[in-house]
Design a protein. Sequence first.
Length: 479
Amino acid sequence: MRNKKFSACIFALALILSITGAAFAASSAANNPIVSIVKQASVAVVNIDVEKTERRSFSPFPFDDDPIFKRFFGDSFKEFSRSVPMKGRGSGFIVSKEGLILTNNHVVEGVDKITVSVSLKDGEKKTYPATIKGNDPAYDLAIIKIEAKEDLPVLELGDSDALEVGEWVVAIGNPYGFEHSVTAGVISAKNRSIHTQDVNFDDFLQTDAAINPGNSGGPLLDMDGKVVGINTAIIPYAQGLCFAIPVNKAKEIMNDLVSFGHVKRGWLGVSVRNITPEMAKAYKVEGTNGAMVNDVFKGDPADKAGIKRGDVIVELNGTKVKDANDFVQKVRTLAPETIAKIRVVRKGKSIDFNVKLAERANSADGRPTSSSSKSQGDEKSGVDALKDFGIKKVEKLTDSLRRKYRIDSNSDGLVITELERNSKAVFDGEVHEGDLLIEVNGQEVKAPEDIKKAVGDESSIVLMLEREGSTFFIMVSKN
């Protein structure tokens, strides 16, 4: 009898614990904001499947890399090719009832077919063909569209500028084909820069919420369930280093993408770089704030207005310029035909320009006589001034040197023809043989004798060089 009572008590206790545990689990789920965010937002997150047909070369010969084989047959075996279907996956999210979907440009760029899978609120899953309405390679964003009769769920866009480092965020996407996978983490940093062959962006949100291939284009959500970023990039050899495009960038360009298929941006026609203390000293600028003009593209607005290489842009439309990235971002927000008020510092003096911006091309990349009566001794002493910096020989540009180093026919000046091996110019400054020397410490050098005056007694110098049609600045110290 006692055993039966004991068993009954154990059963009752187990039942109570079971009920309490279930209630606690239900309470935990109800109080967990991530659960409610996922339930509300995941229906507006879509899976994107893409297809592209590529022609791939193949060789029927097993020894086509053998030099003797190549000697007799050349590259004729490369004529063999066939069409190969390529498939890929990505993510996106619905931003309008009309079926507009925001994703990454690299998910849909150059593909032949786009299929979007949508999980509707009633649990039904449907697929739709999609078309590209517009794309922006600069920000790696694209808008695609589906035609659906159903009432589509839409994600609300938040404010990425208001995000604080340390805030919780949630990522939803299609990593490796695992649909609607959810990860959570925090905002690790803001304004991160990544420059690689495929990604060239200066304003990423960094998060430790796990993002994997297939997550690209999916939303990064704040604790209100609003989109604050578009998941874009990862560092594959690291953990917890994932990156998203701030949603405020998408807001700036979405109307242009839908209306014109591309973004209408103002074009100034310069390339810029950050300023080092050495450059600030050489170009007589106070501090290192501002953006130094690397190059001015011929015939473009900056060139017509009179802006020159070596000018330091310190203000744009009355706002101080922090650095090169800040200036680029500011110009990107300006529309074509806008009058940009630009203040530069040139050799210690402030100059104001009013520049009417042109429209930047979608592929947006551009590039826009010396003689001397001095003696040979002066020329020699001028060139010798660079030897302490690892530059052994500088010569006037001739037709033969132009051909040897493939220098543009419109360029003129002095060419670096010999460098000291293992010097700081080679390793620290990355100076190359064949670089065209344009300025030393902010002073134009048209002949070798100009160099000595420009170098003076400085232990480090700033060189303006031209290589493959582009100009840039390099700081070099004495060996």
